[in-house]
Design a protein around this ligand. Sequence first.
Ligand SMILES: [Zn+2]
Length: 67
Amino acid sequence: MPLPPCPICQKPVPPRPENTSQPFCSRRCRAVDLGRWLGEEYRVPDRQVDEQEDELPPDGSNRGHDA
Ligand SMILES: [Zn+2]
């Protein structure tokens, strides 16, 4: 069953599971299509995940070994 070409670049679309971006040939073309939906062509969304780790307060208990 032949797949329709990529609607963005007209290249043949690789089959699944190799290509998870169907009906586009690549994630880039999918992003382009998404950008068109948002009215901005050829803009790849740049999601930057910046996780900040909360530093746990140091354990204040001062357990000496005095006997
Ligand atoms: Zn494409």
